[in-house]
Design a protein around this ligand. Structure first.
Ligand SMILES: NC(=O)c1ccc[n+]([C@@H]2O[C@H](COP(=O)([O-])OP(=O)(O)OC[C@H]3O[C@@H](n4cnc5c(N)ncnc54)[C@H](OP(=O)(O)O)[C@@H]3O)[C@@H](O)[C@H]2O)c1
Length: 255
């Protein structure tokens, strides 16, 4: 069974791979044999993360400056990955953000556009372009979109973000259908994880969530890795259009 999780000679792109959940996934992919591309806005942070992963695993690792909300960056990222590593087997659409705002009516058009661009518009474009390239490869490919429990239990405090994330579920369902056996398209739906995002939570938010989460705690970044390895590898060869929630049992519960 172990060999089905092997990623030797696969190439995986992880957006938002310089920190948090993305970095944990990129490290795990390389530890299982993949060459990795780390892409986020700060190119130097991506290069540092890539150097650390390369030194630790002996795999090829590339850092690329990339803005997830810009369509021109999507094509450029895929070209850079292809040029350096020769193919793209796995794409993780992981970069995302949810800025705070005062009220629904206080959301500016600029904030709306930015949140929808980074969490939906860019991931859509990147998935569409990557799927086309993957479909032409011998082994096809796997696209993993990182959403949020906010997609299925939205609150007014993060509504544009939640709307964008739920649209990733719609996108995965459609692409999984369309690309059938060639490209598998799935979603990881995280609950509350202790990354840099959690540092911006208002006071009391963590303890409030921990009272709601059946497991009574937030997740550590490493706890996303099992699902990511499963979906990236042949272990999930019959899985497409799935939403896997990693949330300590939180989503779909009242309260
Ligand atoms: N942590 C949670 O509790 C939680 C819960 C539900 C869902 N999620 C989702 O999980 C994913 C990862 O979250 P995280 O907690 O690991 O976040 P994080 O620790 O804040 O890291 C965010 C990553 O995304 C990159 N990034 C941010 N904006 C970007 C942009 N416009 N273009 C390209 N890269 C960008 C950041 O690097 P740069 O600053 O260099 O760009 C960084 O690598 C996100 O999609 C998030 O919505 C997280």
């Amino acid at each position: 069974m172990t060999s089905r999780f092997d990623l030797t000679d696969r190439v995986a792109i992880v957006t938002g791979g310089s920190r948090g959940l993305g970095l944990a996934m990129a490290r795990a992919f390389a530890e299982h044999g993949a060459d990795v591309v780390i892409a986020s806005r700060k190119g130097d942070a991506c290069e540092r993360a890539a150097a650390e992963i390369g030194a630790r695993t002996g795999r090829r690792a590339l850092g690329v400056a990339f803005h997830a909300g810009k369509w021109s960056d999507c094509e450029r990222l895929l070209d850079a990955a292809h040029a350096a590593l020769g193919r793209i087997d796995v794409l993780v659409n992981n970069a995302g953000m949810s800025p705070l705002y005062p009220s629904l009516s206080g959301i500016s058009e600029e904030l709306w556009d930015k949140v929808l661009a980074v969490n939906l518009k860019g991931p859509f474009r990147l998935a569409a372009l990557a799927a086309e390239r993957m479909a032409q490869q011998d082994r096809g490919g796997s696209i993993i979109n990182v959403s949020s429990v906010g997609a299925v239990q939205p609150t007014v405090g993060e509504l544009p973000y939640a709307m964008a994330k739920s649209a990733l579920h719609t996108m995965a369902a459609a692409m999984a259908h369309d690309y059938a056996g060639r490209v598998r398209v799935n979603v990881i739906m995280p609950g509350a994880f202790l990354t840099d995002i959690s540092k911006a939570w208002p006071p009391e938010m963590r303890s409030m969530m921990e009272r709601q989460i059946p497991m009574g705690r937030c997740g550590e970044p490493d706890e996303i890795v099992g699902a990511a390895l499963y979906l990236a590898s042949d272990a999930s060869s019959y899985t497409s259009g799935a939403v896997i929630k990693i949330d300590g049992g939180w989503a779909y519960r009242a309260g």
